[in-house]
Structures are given as structure tokens and as C-alpha cells.
Design a protein around this ligand. Structure first.
Ligand code: UDP
Length: 469
């Protein structure tokens, strides 16, 4: 019936943990509106991401229709880290292989197009290649999911617009106060040449989209979202929806709690710093050693996830996953004050735990959003891609964290004393206390925004109303 068109959503994620995670959570959000969601991706990566989901009951997963496609073989030799721009090069062959999903995804879209009044495709910004056939279907439309912060996106967009327009824009919108001067340089972009080229080729295909979706909230980045809307409105009529945070903000205690919670339960409120650098890079051996010493020297309590970077397929490689080495006796020596986790940590639940009062993070966008939503301040140690700019958003714009490693000195080893000082400053200084208060307030705002009637909740309703119009 015309008033209530039958709509189906098809997600096309990039097969990398940080990206998959966000779209899985968005899928869940959309199913809560009673709209069917199909999730089309690489079989291995879908399987891995499902196993790593946090804050979900098993029933939630059954509501999403998974389409697991095989990727062609690709080279995924372990990451070679170039410290001047440590972009994880091993990911690029995977991204290239994923362009081969175009045919199976296109077939799926054709099938659904015959069954539903409207097919709404939500694709990762660097999966545009896969969904270019959407425009051939009479009843399909595509929304580009932007997996990074609005702040970083705004800066990237800013770099591409002509100087004379920038001046005009700056005068009209007084941007001088919101763009820290020193970050408008290439030095704060970390992408290998090959990766940049791959991304740019995808961007060229984005002309047909109906809108942008962000995993952020106006409560966090309202000003930058507004600026993006203003810049884009002069070029094209696309809609921008800030639907985040996608991941749950209230965490139910899992039935089988991770072993670390027994220890966390015994610690005082806000007394533990959680240390983790995401899934895409590992630190060098000598840096791991300094970090171990620094955490010990700080005298603060910590929970440290020390894993190798994600290889191509953790299941196929099993025990061959790199197991970073720590000095003999270290874990035993620090065991009253800190624990080292070697497995996949339930990060969201850890951040939600009352004992956790700080997060040393590489500032991947998921990690930032999770930390902000849980009101936890950040010690920022950015590694690549959008992370250096996220670190600036955290430390200079939102002022809910401090920097461990200045991006300009990225090829240098961070010494144990620097690490110890930052940990102490974040966890036990007046400055750290102020950051914690600001983070707690922001977290509260974010949690309110997703409750009924809150800004994020209303924007989600708007999006659903728009795609079911
Ligand atoms: N994560 C986790 N346990 C780990 C490592 C990572 O749960 O041991 C999750 C984390 O909560 C986040 C995602 O994996 O949702 C990592 O995404 P992010 O964007 O922070 O970094 P990336 O891995 O993409 O560099």
C-alpha cells in the first residue's frame, strides 16, 4: 500500500572490524523499527564480527539476514609498519578483494528490488564500487555511511575546496575558532599513497547517493555536522543524518562475564585505566617494553589488551596470531595492580564498568565513541588514518583527554617516563579530574540524546520516516 511502502535495508560494510562493528549495530537499530535488514559481506569477516559483538542477546542477531559471500584469495602478510606513516598496508589487498562483492551484491539487490517497494542501500564510504549498480534499479536508493568523525570529515572536505571559497566561508561562518590551525596540514593525515588512491577512486562514485549517515551525535559534534551540511548544500541536495552512537549505551551484565570483571569489580570507582589500540596495528617490541614499564612506573591500576593486529582470518590462523612478548615475571610482579589480556576484550563492557576511569587509546572512531558514550576520558595515542585528527578532537576541541604521543613525533619511541606521566596526569591530577568531569557530562548528554525524545532518538525517527516516506 502506498502510504506504508514495504522497505528493506541492505547493508554493505567494508570487511574490517571497526567498520563492520558500526554497521552491525546500525542494523540492529533499524530492525527495532520493524524494518528488515540484509547484511551483505565477506563470510569470514561477518562470522568474526558476529562473534565479537557486545551488548547483544542471541535473539537480536537472528533478526538480521546475513548474506555471506566469499572473497577471492588475497595477500594478507603481516603488517609492515612504516613509522613515518604506519598505515596498515596489509589491509589494502583485502579492500581491493572486497570490490569483487559487486556481482553477488548486485544480484541480491535485484532480487529484493522485485519483492519490495523500496530498497535502501547503506554502504561504507569505501564500498561505493560495490553498489554502483544501485542507480540501475528503479526503486533503490543509496546512503553513504561515513565511519569516521564529523570533525575529521569536515577537515578532509575543507582541504578539497578552493581557497577563495574557503575565505568566503570562513567569514560567513566564523570557522577560525573551530579549526585548530596546526591541523590543516597534510602531516595530520595518515594514509599511504596507495590507500589514498583507492579511497579517492571510491569517492568519485559517490555522486548518486541520497544521503550521508554518521555514527556520531549532534551532542558531540553538532557544529561540525552543521558545517558539513552547509558546505555540501552548495553542491548537492543530500541529507545528513547523525544517528550515533550506534553501539548500546547501557550495558547489561553478560551471563558469562569475561574473567577480567572479577578483578575490575574489586577496584575503586574510576581507578583503572584501560589500555587498548584497536584491531589494526600492533606496537613494536621495544615500544611494548616501554609501555609495560610506563604502566608499572605510573603506580596506577590498569587493564591492558596486548594482542597482535588482526590477521586476515583469526580462525584459519589460530595460534599463529602474533603473540607480543613481555619480559618474564612482569605479569606476576604487577598482578595486584594490573592485568594483561591476550584475548579479544569486551571493550564496551569494560568502558562501562564503574572502576574504569581512563582509556589509553589509538583513537579509532569506534573507541572514541564508546569512550565518550561511557563518559571516560582518553589518553590519545593515534596511529594512522583518521586517528591523529580524532585525537585533536578529543584533546583540543572536546577537552576530554590528553595526548600521549604527539603525532609530529610519530616515528620516535615513547619512553616509559612519558607514558607514566600521562597516566598519572589523566588518572590522578587536577587537570585529569577536570577532563573526567567534562567526559562524564558529555557521556551523560549522549546517553540522554538516545533516550526517547532526545536529539539522537528524534534524528533516528526522522531517518526512518524519510526512507519509509
Ligand atoms: N575491540 C574490542 N576488543 C578488543 C579490541 C577492539 O571489543 O580487544 C572493539 C572496540 O570496542 C571497537 C572496535 O573493536 O568497537 C575497534 O574499532 P576502532 O574504530 O576503535 O579501531 P580499529 O580496530 O578499527 O583500528
Amino acid at each position: 500500500n502506498k502510504e506504508h511502502p514495504q522497505v528493506v535495508v541492505v547493508m554493505v560494510p567494508l570487511p574490517a572490524q571497526g567498520h563492520l562493528n558500526q554497521l552491525l549495530h546500525l542494523s540492529h537499530l533499524i530492525t527495532t523499527y520493524g524494518i528488515p535488514v540484509h547484511f551483505a559481506g565477506s563470510s569470514t569477516h561477518n562470522r568474526q564480527a558476529k562473534l565479537r559483538l557486545q551488548g547483544w542477546d542471541t535473539e537480536t542477531l537472528t533478526k538480521i539476514h546475513f548474506h555471506d559471500f566469499e572473497l577471492p584469495p588475497y595477500d594478507s602478510t603481516s603488517p609492515k609498519i612504516d613509522l613515518s606513516c604506519p598505515f596498515p598496508q596489509h589491509l589494502l589487498p583485502l579492500f581491493e578483494a572486497s570490490t569483487h562483492l559487486r556481482d553477488p551484491v548486485s544480484q541480491l539487490l535485484q532480487q529484493l528490488s522485485g519483492k519490495f517497494d523500496r530498497v535502501v542501500v547503506i554502504h561504507d564510504v569505501i564500498m561505493a564500487y560495490v553498489v554502483q549498480d544501485v542507480k540501475l534499479l528503479p526503486n533503490a536508493e543509496a546512503y553513504t555511511f561515513n565511519p569516521i568523525s564529523a570533525f575529521t570529515t569536515f577537515l578532509q572536505t575543507w582541504e578539497t575546496i578552493p581557497e577563495n571559497y574557503k575565505l568566503h566561508f570562513q567569514l560567513q561562518h566564523s570557522t577560525t575558532d573551530i579549526i585548530p590551525k596546526d591541523i590543516l596540514t597534510d602531516a595530520y593525515r595518515c594514509m599511504s599513497k596507495e590507500m589514498l588512491e583507492f579511497a579517492m577512486n571510491q569517492f568519485k562514485l559517490l555522486g548518486f547517493k541520497s544521503g550521508w549517515l554518521y555514527n556520531t551525535s549532534r551532542v558531540i559534534e553538532g557544529r561540525y555536522l552543521q558545517l558539513l551540511e552547509t558546505i555540501h548544500s552548495t553542491k548537492e541536495e543530500t541529507k545528513h543524518f547523525a544517528l550515533g552512537p550506534f553501539s548500546p549505551v547501557v550495558i547489561e551484565s553478560a551471563e558469562n562475564r569475561h574473567h577480567s570483571f572479577k578483578w575490575l569489580d574489586e577496584q575503586e570507582k574510576d581507578s583503572v585505566i584501560y589500555v587498548s589500540f584497536g584491531s589494526t596495528v600492533s606496537l613494536r617490541g621495544d615500544q611494548i617494553e616501554e609501555l609495560a614499564k610506563g604502566l608499572e612506573e605510573s603506580g596506577e591500576k590498569f587493564i591492558w589488551v596486548l594482542r597482535g593486529a588482526d590477521p586476515n582470518d583469526v580462525f584459519a590462523q589460530g595460534d599463529q596470531v602474533t603473540r607480543p612478548h613481555l619480559q618474564q615475571g612482569y605479569e606476576e610482579r604487577v598482578k595486584d595492580r594490573g592485568i594483561v589480556l591476550r584475548d579479544w576484550a569486551p571493550q564496551l563492557e569494560i568502558l562501562a564498568h564503574p572502576s574504569v576511569g581512563g582509556f589509553m587509546s589509538h583513537c579509532g572512531w569506534n573507541s572514541c565513541m564508546e569512550s565518550i558514550s561511557m563518559g571516560v576520558p582518553i589518553a590519545a595515542w593515534p596511529m594512522h588514518s583518521d586517528q591523529p585528527r580524532n585525537a585533536i578532537l578529543i584533546s583540543e576541541v572536546l577537552r576530554i583527554g590528553m595526548v600521549v604521543k604527539d603525532w609530529a613525533r610519530r616515528s620516535e619511541l615513547v619512553t616509559s617516563s612519558t607514558i607514566a606521566n600521562v597516566v598519572k596526569a589523566l588518572m590522578a591530577s587536577e587537570e585529569g579530574k577536570e577532563m573526567k568531569e567534562r567526559a562524564a557530562k558529555l557521556g551523560e548528554g549522549v546517553r540522554e540524546s538516545v533516550a526517547q525524545g532526545g536529539v539522537a532518538s528524534l534524528e533516528r525517527d526522522d531517518f526512518i520516516a524519510y526512507i519509509t516516506r
